[in-house]
Design a protein around this ligand. Structure first.
Ligand SMILES: C[S@@+](CC[C@H](N)C(=O)[O-])C[C@H]1O[C@@H](n2cnc3c(N)ncnc32)[C@H](O)[C@@H]1O
Length: 217
């Protein structure tokens, strides 16, 4: 089947060119450059591609439809149990790395990422710092469903010990002997939406993303 026919199919369903490209690259497992050079695409992919086009045209976010989101130069598995990592959150990672550059005693520092979601923050920071090692690293989230998604992102992690725990706020840290007498380095992208604001949010966010990622539980 001609690649252009897949593009025509996506356009007919209201998808943008970049959404179609993301879907095709993801399903065919090729880079954007490689996709550009293809003229034919095997028709064995047609049902899979049609399904994803259908989902997106019916309001599913592209990232959830292809189970992938880019964050700080890496790909993360996402589905509707976690927030889609936002570009704005990359600022938090950048600032944390600047701060860590001036932290002298990393090996005596415990790093905790609270409200961890997909693990996008903690994985980005650890990979950017690799091979520098913290004394230990924890990622906490109150949602068991979010923790299941985070586990799937383990393979993107540079070798290090990282403990993922179900915890409301920092409660698990208080009972942990590894944390006492150590410096603490915390990152947190807090749930930031007031309940009354939800109705003013973009429909794709309200329909797709878990409300527990936006509210404080
Ligand atoms: C705003 S998202 C941030 C996710 C991720 N860190 C990011 O930046 O994309 C918030 C996450 O906090 C979790 N959460 C909400 N209330 C919590 C609480 N009391 N304690 C721990 N995690 C909580 C939610 O389950 C959700 O995964």
């Amino acid at each position: 089947m001609k690649k252009q026919e897949y593009f025509d199919m996506g356009i007919a369903q209201g998808l943008s060119l970049s959404q179609i490209e993301s879907v095709l690259c993801n399903i065919l497992q090729v880079s954007q450059t490689k996709l550009f050079t293809l003229s034919e695409v095997s028709s064995k992919y047609i049902y899979e591609i049609q399904k994803v086009f259908f989902d997106i045209s019916h309001g599913v976010s592209t990232e959830y439809a292809i189970n992938k989101a880019d964050f700080y130069g890496r790909e993360f598995f996402v589905d509707n149990r976690v927030l889609i990592p936002r570009n704005d959150t990359e600022i938090l990672v950048k600032q944390a790395l600047i701060k860590l550059n001036t932290t002298l005693d990393i090996s005596n520092t415990v790093y905790i990422d609270v409200w961890t979601g997909s693990w996008c923050i903690v994985i980005s920071i650890i990979n950017e710092m690799f091979p520098l090692k913290f004394s230990c690293v924890y990622a906490f989230d109150v949602s068991s469903e979010a923790l299941e998604v985070a586990e799937k992102n383990k393979s993107s992690l540079a070798l290090t010990d990282l403990t993922l725990k179900k915890s409301s706020l920092l409660e698990s840290a208080f009972h942990d002997t590894n944390v006492s007498n150590k410096h603490l380095f915390l990152t947190a992208n807090l749930p930031y939406i007031k309940s009354g604001d939800f109705e003013h949010m973009d429909a794709s966010v309200v329909l797709n993303e878990p409300d527990w990622a936006f509210y404080w539980w």
